[in-house]
Design a protein around this ligand. Sequence first.
Ligand SMILES: Cc1cc2nc3c(=O)[nH]c(=O)nc-3n(C[C@H](O)[C@H](O)[C@H](O)COP(=O)(O)OP(=O)(O)OC[C@H]3O[C@@H](n4cnc5c(N)ncnc54)[C@H](O)[C@@H]3O)c2cc1C
Length: 403
Amino acid sequence: MPTELDLGPDARAFRDEVRGWLEANRPEELLGVDAEPLAVQRLPGAETWARRLHEAGLMCVSWPKEYGGRALGGVEVAVLNEEFARAGVPRLTRGMGEWLVGPSIIVWGTDEQKAHFLPRIIDGTDRYCQGFSEPDAGSDLASLKTRGVVDGDEVVISGQKVWTSGAQAASMMFCLCRTDPDAPKHKGISYVLVPMRRDDGSSNGFELRPIKQMTGQSLFTETFITEARAPLFNVIGGLHGGWRVTMTTLGNERGGNATTQHVQYENQFRAVLAEVRKLGREKDPLVRQHLAWAWTRVQIMRYQGLRTLSEVVARKEPGPASALNKMFWSEYAQRFAELVVNIRGADSMVLPEQQSGSYEPDRWQRSFLGTRSVTIWGGTAQVQRNIVGERVLGLPKEPPGER
Ligand SMILES: Cc1cc2nc3c(=O)[nH]c(=O)nc-3n(C[C@H](O)[C@H](O)[C@H](O)COP(=O)(O)OP(=O)(O)OC[C@H]3O[C@@H](n4cnc5c(N)ncnc54)[C@H](O)[C@@H]3O)c2cc1C
């Protein structure tokens, strides 16, 4: 069970309310589920649970009330996360719609765009995937080549995206495309919300090729786009004005989930502790040293998360310090998964017994394999270091052509 922060009388009252609601409503079929958010969404019962959370006003809780959220601050979100962890059920969210696109529309959208798109995210009508990365544009995202051509009151988009997480389950893509090829590279990009299907149900020019990951899952795709059409109304931040919107989205990707990290890792820590006891290794001084290292990191994550969220409250969006958050949790998760493999020894190297032909790593093997990617997505660890160096510490910028 996660340790509880005492955050004052208001937070205590909120904790009681959430705890009571969860005791009465938590779904038995999702108790103790431990999986990545994209995988959880595919489980039986997840859809119904998401609907119940929506009806109870527990989706998009950090959004301002005027846009259908509950305007919960960092402290309350931390409490909410802790209570879901305590109840042993996943806190389903509206995924990228809730923590990436919605907050970017709130900052940059027109009133009409807010009124149209935000309710559709909250009630689950629109499910988003992120069409940013391309084969030759990852860290250097502004080099993207996907084209957007204005045709009447529509933008027509063609190009290739890659690593598109959750594309198979999405109905909309927030897509970056170059609408002014003659402008300097950061100035000719538009941020477009593109429907992935037409009204008649046919594909709106999207071809998705799933990529098999070493965990055995296929949670992302290569995405080929041929003349996908979106109304000009769906361009956020104005035509060619997509870069500033992108910065808001990336800031949220790195810092927006700051309070969720420690709960997840505290639970994981306790599960490893149980495993260590099962293996009879709890008195091994080396194992104890590793566990002490991990525990202190989880606690740092908790306080760092609250700090990032205070920054969000003050600035309305995460600042460059969110890069610290991304760097810290991703490197921790990777190192911890390695420690668990070491502690378990030979058991880590053999797949659990399973039907021939299937490939199903156990929880710790999946975590070891899966965490290789966490220092890459959402901006690599090296890029986060550049941001912290240049924009938090004020160090000189990387000279052009150094890499
Ligand atoms: C699991 C996973 C899910 C993803 N999901 C999505 C998604 O849903 N949508 C999406 O659009 N993208 C997604 N991505 C893509 C992700 O955003 C990119 O992989 C990431 O931005 C890095 O880009 P790249 O892979 O092209 O590597 P590159 O940018 O080519 O980097 C290669 C290496 O060079 C280093 N490097 C690059 N530039 C610098 C620099 N200036 N200083 C120092 N070092 C540098 C990098 O750190 C890295 O080690 C996902 C990736 C993964 C692994």
